[in-house]
Design a protein around this ligand. Structure first.
Ligand SMILES: [Zn+2]
Ligand SMILES: [Zn+2]
Length: 263
């Protein structure tokens, strides 16, 4: 019943174990219509930041639009790095290309990478910058992250463990035509508290009419297209089908169109 996997990782993410082709073949075997490749765009990958490290991300236009019958979208999962909701790469200028030619027009790395993506998932991994933040600030942080034009999805807000006010974030997502992620991986090894938060988020999205995106967050091909735990929660809470933007290819592409970022 869920025909898209909108958050998946390949070998590029360094702590993931499959190639893109292995992921796509598995997506086809699972009967998926659409697969998004969303490797990490984050300081967790390399000890230093250099444009050469990111060519794997920004050359993804090389990928076929359809492979093994599956529509591919290329994106990334970008870290939110400050309380203003900026993404990794903010204030890091890209001054030269991968062969050392200087750019005349200098962009920040976040802008440079986001411009090459079909869409971006904004998530929090390293959260030390939120340590002293008030609830109002973390709430604002998530809302501002959605102001980035290419950010379509707020990733695993239940598992990240940053306290924030749920309703304002969900209502902002609805207003900005962005999606809240329901992430299968969050149900795997998370604490009972995190699982409770994920359920509460799903329930509230249903009540407020906020569209969601269900994803595996697979870090190995055998997890692609597996959403059993999220699907069970959605069934238990009688979640409205029409709010699941990732239910099929057409609905996900129209959610992208509503957000103003048709691929
Ligand atoms: Zn990861
Ligand atoms: Zn993540």
């Amino acid at each position: 019943m869920l025909k898209c996997d909108t958050h998946t990782h390949s070998l590029y993410s360094r702590h993931a174990y499959s190639t893109i082709e292995e992921n796509v073949r598995e997506a086809a075997a699972q009967g998926l219509e659409l697969l998004a490749i969303t490797d990490h765009f984050s300081d967790m990958l390399y000890p230093e930041v250099h444009i050469k490290h990111f060519q794997y991300l920004f050359n993804q236009a090389t990928l076929p639009e359809v492979w093994y019958g599956v529509r591919l979208l290329h994106g990334c999962e970008a870290d939110i790095v400050d309380l203003d909701g900026h993404l990794f790469g903010h204030h890091i200028p890209v001054t030269e290309n991968i062969v050392g030619m200087k750019y005349k027009h200098i962009q920040d790395l976040d802008e440079f990478i986001c411009s090459k993506m079909n869409f971006v998932i904004a998530s929090i991994h390293g959260k030390s910058f939120t340590a002293e933040a008030s609830l109002a600030q973390t709430t604002e942080m998530y809302i501002k992250a959605m102001d980035n034009r290419k950010v379509l999805i707020l990733g695993h807000i239940g598992r990240s463990g940053i306290p924030f006010e749920l309703d304002p974030v969900l209502l902002a997502a609805k207003e900005k035509h962005k999606l809240i992620e329901l992430n299968e991986h969050s149900f795997d090894k998370s604490s009972p508290d995190a699982i409770k938060r994920c359920r509460a988020i799903a329930l509230r999205c249903g009540e407020l009419g906020v569209p969601v995106s269900v994803a595996s967050d697979a870090h190995i091909s055998c997890k692609i297209g597996r959403f059993d735990q999220v699907a069970q929660v959605l069934e238990e809470i009688h979640f409205p089908q029409e709010l699941i933007a990732s239910r099929d290819k057409a609905s996900f592409l129209s959610a992208m169109e509503a957000a103003g970022i048709s691929p």
